[in-house]
Design a protein around this ligand. Sequence first.
Ligand code: ATP
Length: 271
Amino acid sequence: MKNAIQVHGLEKSYGSHIVLRGLDLQIETGEIFALLGVNGAGKTTTLECIEGLRKYDSGMVTVNGKMGIQLQSSSLPSYIKPMEAVKLFAKWNKAKIDFSMLDTLGIKEIERKQYIQLSTGQKRRLHLALALSGNPDIIFLDEPTAGLDVEGRLSLHDQIRKLKSQGKTIVLASHDMAEVEALSDRIAILNDGNIVFCGTALELTEKVGKKYIVHIKTQQGNNTFETDNIEDTLLSQLGELKHKGIGVLDIKVDRGTLEQHFIEMARRTEE
Ligand SMILES: Nc1ncnc2c1ncn2[C@@H]1O[C@H](COP(=O)(O)OP(=O)(O)OP(=O)(O)O)[C@@H](O)[C@H]1O
């Protein structure tokens, strides 16, 4: 299958400040792809170059499909009403209004309010509705759930998964590691103007989080240790506890969180 997005050798500076240093990226059709990076790493710049909203200095960007871009906050006139914005965007896109999509995004509930009166979550839902109004193949979401409560976040996650199930490609930039872990098929980490990792969360774990973290809860307290060799270490620890007659109440094994791996990856690339 053709890639939805192909980026090759993308370079972008703001004056003397180099932000992207020859970035390469392939985003597959139908995947949820997350772009991660610390503040100022260049995620928005990358997205905007791909979206065609920002000029880049050199490189090549190919997009196979119609794009839908979620607006940033306060991008609409203060007094516009949600349905007025929806109608305007439908007209621009020469598309029919998708009322069922508006229903699932809860636009009906806010139709009487003006843009300025909407909460952060309501604005984000409206922005997503507008991004979807032209029935795009590729949807760009920059920090889609920042400032949302748990319920709002989960409902937006459901929406994003639904879009994927319809065969759409989703590209998101986010700081929320739990969100990225829960949603994305693949992750790219942007550091110092380049992609320093691109793959699945599991591949990132394999790459940086080789160690297992074992938590053993016993009658005498908790013991947490790291190991590369889970079988031998666990067997010897359990053997020792049995030998001492200490009862084991619980055992948990994990391989660290995406957040820990992201920090580790950033640390390694800075060394
Ligand atoms: N229009 C601009 N003019 C000059 N510098 C800019 C401009 N836009 C962004 N920058 C700078 O480029 C760098 C990358 O910014 P960008 O917004 O792409 O990063 P980001 O990874 O999206 O950051 P954040 O996570 O904070 O949103 C930053 O140092 C920023 O200050």
